[in-house]
Design a protein around this ligand. Structure first.
Ligand code: GLA
Length: 420
């Protein structure tokens, strides 16, 4: 989405949602719920009788990690991750509680913010890779792949100030080409094959009109197409091994028609001009924004146009990547069981549809835990409740959304092993 992450948000214990049963590694441990009460009542009735074993959870979490399930279908499951220092309450690899979720479920990681220009390029002639290096090192140590996000967020709102104000001099086109190529070459040569897939360009299409956004780079180079083409060609030259992705947030909800049409035009243009783009990155911040009497009915309304869009994309020869999945739950009631059920049902339908495309190989969520989700800041609920769009809650306990992802991955048609 065209909104940067808020990073870690203050955690309010007051808002913490009590979990009746702790679900750990597939085992339901009744903390204080009905199964525990039943057990003590029984023990009280006849102290000689052994205490009954806890009733298993009616919907046990599969004990396998999501990546372990995904791998059986030749899929890869992953998440974004942030930089952080040890002890910081952040969605970082250095936070043991968060790292445990990544290690349990992920085969691929993507930096939440640490590879953006604002993070790695403090000025035209300086790079700082300290934070992103630490993420790549963690992924390597844990045997996980890495996606690079993003070589160019082509939206002036997210450019560093120095780039918006840059003086391109008397040969603006050549200077813009140099500036952009230097960036892409510096990043791709540094990480070589340690990054297997790049969001080369992020969010270049204006969702309101479907037209390409203009920036200081596009004004210097004469057109937005010239900038985007140059970015992909440079990436192919310096990272010939990598999958090159155009990433955007056109989505399946009503209201995205212009955005989808604009992205399709862009993808057609890439083909016509012979630009090396391998895949469309579908961010997938899917949204239940209004009260919805029936999720299946809503899904039935949304699916045909969405399938038509995906069919057109794959017919052009593009692969698909789900790059930033989460669920915006504003339209659902506050009550946690109903909310979690709605989120899981909506997600399952979407994920099943996406995984029905054999062109999709990588599926990444935008954060594992509600505790650190950008949605808390980007789209707070009117009732003040914490958003519940990630697989784990603020106490790192798995939710029905995680079970829905596990079931969808397990049910996905197996695809050919990936070569890239
Ligand atoms: C967009 C960007 C991401 C991130 C999210 C919000 O989707 O692509 O990098 O900034 O918004 O966290």
């Amino acid at each position: 989405m065209d909104q940067d992450s808020t990073g870690s948000l203050p955690y309010s214990r007051r808002r913490a949602l009590g979990t009746g049963a702790l679900l750990l590694a597939g085992v339901a441990l009744p903390a204080c719920g009905s199964a525990g009460q039943a057990a003590s009542a029984q023990a009280g009735a006849d102290p000689q009788q052994p205490v009954a074993a806890p009733t298993p959870s009616p919907t046990p979490e599969p004990s396998a990690g999501l990546q372990a399930i995904a791998r059986t279908r030749n899929l890869t499951f992953g998440s974004c991750v942030a930089w952080g220092t040890a002890g910081a309450d952040r969605g970082s690899f250095a936070n043991p509680a968060y790292a445990a979720l990544l290690e349990r479920d992920c085969g691929i990681l993507v930096p939440e913010n640490e590879m953006k220009w604002q993070a790695i390029r403090p000025s035209a002639d300086r790079f700082d890779f300290t934070r992103f290096d630490a993420i790549v090192d963690f992924a390597r140590a844990k045997n996980m792949a890495v996606r690079g996000h993003t070589l160019l967020w082509h939206y002036d709102k997210w450019f560093p100030a120095w780039l918006n104000d840059y003086d391109y001099g008397s040969s603006p086109r050549a200077e813009a080409e140099r500036l952009l190529a230097t960036h892409i070459r510096t990043v791709t040569e540094r990480y070589e094959t340690r990054i297997r897939s790049y969001d080369v360009v992020n969010e270049a299409v204006d969702p309101a009109t479907g037209a390409l956004r203009q920036t200081s780079l596009s004004r210097a180079m004469g057109s937005a197409e010239a900038v985007l083409d140059h970015a992909f060609r440079t990436a192919r030259t310096h990272a010939p091994h990598a999958e090159l992705v155009y990433n955007d947030y056109m989505s399946w909800e009503a209201g995205n028609e212009q955005h989808r049409a604009g992205v399709l035009r862009l993808l057609q243009g890439f083909k016509a001009r012979g630009v090396p783009v391998d895949a469309l990155g579908i961010q997938s911040h899917i949204a239940l924004l209004n009260p919805t009497p029936s999720v299946p009915q809503l899904v039935a309304q949304l699916s045909p146009a969405w399938r038509q869009f995906l069919d057109q994309v794959v017919a052009l020869g593009y692969r698909l990547v789900v790059t930033e999945f989460d669920v915006r739950d504003k339209g659902l009631p506050a009550a946690v069981p109903a909310r979690d059920a709605g989120v899981a049902e909506f997600a399952r339908a979407y994920v099943d549809l996406m995984l029905s495309y054999p062109q999709l190989g990588d599926f990444l969520v935008w954060g594992m835990s509600d505790r650190y989700s950008w949605l808390r800041g980007f789209e707070p609920r009117a009732d003040g409740e914490i958003t519940r769009g990630c697989p784990y809650d603020i106490d790192f306990q798995p939710k029905p959304l995680r079970a829905a992802l596990a079931a969808a991955l397990a049910a996905a048609p197996a695809r050919p092993a990936r070569t890239a």
